[in-house]
Every structure is written in structure tokens, then in C-alpha cells.
Design a protein around this ligand. Sequence first.
Ligand SMILES: O=P(O)(O)O[C@H]1O[C@H](CO)[C@@H](O)[C@H]1O
Length: 324
Amino acid sequence: MSCNGKVVMDGNGVIKNHKCRDSDGLKNGFDENSLIDKYTFETLTETSDYLKKLVSIEPKVGIICGSGLGTLADALDDKIAIPYEDIPNFPKSTVKGHAGALVFGYLSGVPVVCMKGRFHYYEGYPLWKCAMPVRVMKLLGVTHLITTNAAGGLNSNYRVGDIMLVKDHINLIGLSGNNPLQGPNDERFGPRFPPMAKAYDKKLLEQAKEFAKELGLAKNIHEGVYTCVGGPNFETVAELRMLNILGADAVGMSTVHEVITARHCDLTVLAFSLITNECKADYNSMDLANLEEILDVGKMRQTVLQKFVQKIVKYISTSEDLQQ
Ligand SMILES: O=P(O)(O)O[C@H]1O[C@H](CO)[C@@H](O)[C@H]1O
């Protein structure tokens, strides 16, 4: 039975024509937008094998470029960029500020792969699809993930242009029952119940803080809690107040599902947010977040962030105790 866009229910409210109700399970007949992971290990191996044949670079570090941060990929030497639309099983980027290419190359002499453009839940992709490139990175041989984002600053000490190293997250979408790991678990990726209490590598975070100071960012560097909302609308004042109470320091619409997927398959993770707007939980505030401003802040910080990431990648490649 196929899914033709019209949902047909039986008398008990059970969907009859949905592909994911078929008996052939994970491999075939799955609805594209099912909440449950459809990419099998074999499907993702097909994707990584395609890339391995095309590119001889064997990346050690994966980098995900946040909104307005695509220029992180421009700093690579000997770049090879492959548009997402040419990669088997890859979704496509649909948001301004996210170019849509996988870029292989070298940073400080270290082989890396960059996602120049990520996938967001609000684009209509289920979380497992948003996060699938992380598993492809793992299959390519990546051991460390650096994931970046543009985020609104909830912490009243944060200013536009500051950088927040993510020390922890609140998975708002996950707590309400939507998680990229939902569905049957394939142990070849990782365990059924992965711990998430130490998702962000402490040593890498401390070192990144030192690098930020060396780059003159001592007053601009923070560590804090990131929370991911579904978007695409920015938050209401009441929602911002709630996020403050929950203990979040920055809010965005990405990253958390990538980190969960990365930790599930045992990648070491560093994440940072570029604070692109200050979230004022005040009905009289005239500051309303908008994409153009967010992208401008990315431009303003592009050179220093390229240097920052370069230093981190070099450290990863040389630090004995971070080797996996
Ligand atoms: O998280 P990244 O991809 O950096 O993008 C952030 O910026 C966009 C809002 O302008 C949202 O997509 C938000 O998540």
C-alpha cells in the first residue's frame, strides 16, 4: 500500500494507507517524513561509499556551519565541494544562509568535511533526516564533530557577536516526544539508550575557551546551555520567559538532534553558538530578531571564527588524549 498524500483511516482511527504501516519495516515502504528513522545502515553506507569514491580526502573532523557561518568552509585548502543534490539519499538545503554543499578539504593540514548548510526541522524534514549527515560523517571516518549555530542570547550578560561554547542542552523537541533516534535501533551505529549527560567534551571546550582568549575574545566568550525550538517563528515574550526559567542561555532551531546523533555513534563533540540577537523578554522591547541581522553578525565574525575553528581542528589532530 502506498502513501499518496491522502491519509485514509480505518474505523478505529488507524492510518491504513501510510507506507510506514507496511509490514516490510525499515528497509522498504517507509514514508519519507515518518518520525521514525528510515535510513538503514546500508543506505547510509551507500552514501558514504559514493563520497569515498569521489573524494580521496579521509576526513577526521566534521564541521557543521550554522546560519551565516558558511564561510567557515571557505577557509579549507584543496577544497572539493559536492552539492547536496548530487549526493545519493541527501536532503536539500532550503534556507537562506545555508548553501547546500558538502565541502572536503584541509584545515591546518587536517582532513575535514564541512556541511555548508544544514537541515532544520522547520524545513519539513523529520529530525532523523536533519541529522543523517552526522552518520554519513561517521561512516567516512570522522571522529570529532564541531557543530556551530546562530542563536538568540537569553542570558542577559550575552551581547551580539559573543560566542557561547555549548556545555549542555535542553532538548525541548525531544522532551515532548520527538527524537532523531526514535524507532528501531541499529547497534552498528550505537546503543538503544545513549547517555547524554556528558555530550559536550569538557576538555575540548576548555581548550576552545583558551583559543578564544588568544584571539582577543576574552570578553566575548561564554559557556552555556543551548536549547532547540522547532521554529520557524521566533519566540514570543512568554516563551522567552519560560526558556529563561528553564535555565537556557541561548536559543536556536538546530544542533541538538545533530549532537544526539553524534554521541549515539560515539563522535566527540564541540558545539558553539554565535549570539546574533539578544532575546528581550519584554513586551516594550523594539528588538525583534530577523534573518538579515543574523546573517550580518555571521559576516562580522567570519574571519575570527575561521581562525578559531582552525585552532580547534589543529588541537584535535595533535592532542593525544583526544585521539579515539
Ligand atoms: O541554527 P542555525 O542553522 O545556525 O540557524 C539559526 O538561524 C535561523 C534563524 O534565523 C534558524 O535556522 C536558527 O536555528
